[in-house]
Write a protein that binds this ligand. Sequence first.
Ligand SMILES: [Zn+2]
Ligand SMILES: [Zn+2]
Length: 275
Amino acid sequence: MELVDSHCHIDFSPLGEDIDAVLRYARENSVSHLLCVSVNMRDFPKVRSVAESNPGVFASVGVHPNEQDEPETSVDVLIHEAKHPRVIAVGETGLDYFRSSGDLDWQRDRFVRHIEAARQVALPLIIHTRDAADDTLSMMNDHAARDIGGVMHCFAENWQVARRALDLGFYISFSGIVTFKSAHELKEVATKVPLDRMLVETDSPYLAPVPFRGKTNQPAYVRHTAEYIAELRGDTLENIFSATTDNFFNLFSKARREFTLGVTSTISSAGVHGS
Ligand SMILES: [Zn+2]
Ligand SMILES: [Zn+2]
């Protein structure tokens, strides 16, 4: 059985200190692929190089909505970086009114640039939204994000918001939050999202699922979230593993499935041949 961690930050401390061990442990826990998500352009070269040097690891390019001090990245630069063979998505991008406050026009302008770049390179968006669901969805709608699609990552909103995102063609990705005792509304969402539109993620090193809540998260733990969702839905683990894995490759169609974690062939040649 294979499972994909659709959103993690293995370049962040403490995971970044021993990425080989993190990937090995992920492989031992059925994780075949993972997407290491960019949060700013300073660290993007590291994200890209982790993907370049490890089969089964993919990268995104983008600047997180809470990276307020980051100099603005142009659409052209995003497009240029997104053309790298290992970069399969644009983000994470979106709106976060929880951790940023004041006049947030800069955040909305940044979001628009990311949608524009994603549209031009025809790559899916990785959307981060917190305390800003209405604005996030209306901007996705106004800027035709449905043309390229993407994922609402680390989803923690109600069913109404999920429904609107699904209507825009987006996928819903569940993190360890769904395993937390207090997340009643989210558990309900996890039972309602169509199986063919669901992803799982760790968002590691944050948000470790039960039974590791409060500890450093890592991609290997994504299986606990998948197991929890299988139980919630009364579905088999096999179904959840294979559906979320198929969904990942349906959405991120630039990602090549044949190279998995722990395979030793040189990835540089993999990037040059084929599509
Ligand atoms: Zn996020
Ligand atoms: Zn993230």
